[in-house]
Design a protein around this ligand. Structure first.
Ligand SMILES: [Zn+2]
Length: 383
């Protein structure tokens, strides 16, 4: 049995001088299109009319390719700007509390993005070169090359604040559907409890993120805060401010890379060493929402739990291991992992003390043990 599966991969892009100029020009035009169309949609919104349909917005943005002050470029790529605006407005209308209404783009910002769908089949990839109409053969490098026979669906090229270019390429490949009977038998298992400060706490004492790994980013976060206050005291758009912005961008990328490394390292390790992984099924979006009672917003984003779970589930699938989610209503932090006694404990209390059996362990570790217990129970009842 086989089916098509979509995969997105990130690549570093090395544009030559001409290509870089074309990209920068396209960023600028895309921002202009976005702002123009947004203004038009804002007017419609004030009048109480529905947003312009996606296809019409796409058509309108494609027309910019012949406008006097935006001449040249790839009409299909410009069409994506309208489509993206439509999607952003729609997301807001569907969930006003979670997705903000789109904002205008800052024209003079050094960052930008260029999206191109492969609706005409013109995009291709061969030997580390990505072919895009208008930009032509771009040199790209990534951890895993696009597999032979894959069909490219879309490409998004971004310029980051650090000055680097990256491309996110979505392609579809024929994939074998996992056969439930071929899963490895369950031997070693682990429960993971989400922790805002250290990503996760595992029920296995040998599998913990070290203090050094957690502390590595703190120094850079402090540096960013310092740079940030310097940027604010600078003259707006001065050379000094641009320099500081670049410095800040490089620091941010360093932190993001370190975080990505950590996520890749632990998702690989866990999917290799354990036969079944149990996690709490928490709603990251709900927790990130400022109106939610959790109010962890920033920290959630920083520890990137969502990305971790995504990579972990992909790797478990590849290795035919089980990843089982425990209900978010399961009281993992209230139960005693030794005797099952249940009590309410306030969030600031970091040690779990059981009045019944006298157990005294870290609150997160106790929760991880409970998640493992509940996961094993679910696994048994599923058979
Ligand atoms: Zn107890």
């Amino acid at each position: 049995m086989s089916q098509f599966q979509n995969t997105s991969c990130l690549f570093r892009v090395y544009p030559n001088q001409t290509q870089e100029q074309k990209l920068l020009y396209s960023f600028l035009v895309s921002k202009r299109i976005w702002n123009d169309l947004l203004l038009q949609e804002n007017r419609r919104r004030e009048e109480g009319s529905a947003p312009t349909p996606c296809d019409l917005l796409r058509l309108q943005s494609k027309r910019y390719v012949v406008k006097e002050d935006c001449k040249g470029g790839d009409p299909i790529a410009y069409g994506e700007v309208g489509a993206n605006l439509y999607r952003a407005i729609r997301r807001h209308l569907l969930a006003p509390n979670q997705c903000r209404y789109p904002k205008p783009k800052v024209i003079h910002a050094t960052t930008g993005s260029y999206a191109r769908s492969n609706e005409d089949g013109a995009i291709s990839y061969q030997d580390g070169k990505l072919y895009l109409p208008y930009l032509e053969h771009l040199k790209i490098r990534g951890l895993s090359p696009i597999p032979f026979g894959a069909r490219i669906i879309s490409v998004v090229i971004r310029k980051k604040a650090s000055g680097k270019y990256v491309a996110s390429i979505t392609y579809s490949v024929r994939a074998k559907a996992p056969d439930p009977a071929s899963f490895t038998p369950v031997g070693k298992t682990v429960g993971l409890d989400y922790s805002p400060a250290r990503l996760f706490v595992a029920s296995d004492p040998d599998l913990q993120i070290t203090k050094e790994e957690v502390a590595a980013n703190r120094a850079d976060v402090r540096k960013i805060k310092k740079t940030d206050s310097k940027i604010r005291s600078c003259t707006h758009l001065s050379n000094n401010q641009k320099k500081l912005r670049l410095k800040e961008g490089i620091l941010m990328e360093k932190i993001a890379n370190r975080r990505k490394d950590l996520i890749e390292k632990y998702s690989t390790k866990i999917s290799k060493e354990y036969d079944a992984v149990f996690i709490e099924d928490i709603d990251v979006k709900e927790m990130a929402d400022r109106h939610s009672p959790y109010r962890f917003g920033r920290i959630i984003a920083q520890s990137a739990w969502g990305l971790f779970i995504k990579r972990l589930s992909q790797k478990c699938k590849q290795r035919q291991k089980r990843l089982i989610k425990v209900s978010r209503y399961y009281p993992s932090s209230q139960l005693c992992s030794s005797c099952g006694y249940r009590q309410q404990i306030p969030l600031e209390k970091r040690i779990y003390t059981c009045p019944k059996c006298g157990l005294q362990i870290s609150r997160d570790f106790n929760a991880a043990l409970n998640i493992q217990k509940e996961g094993l129970r679910l696994l048994k009842t599923a058979h």
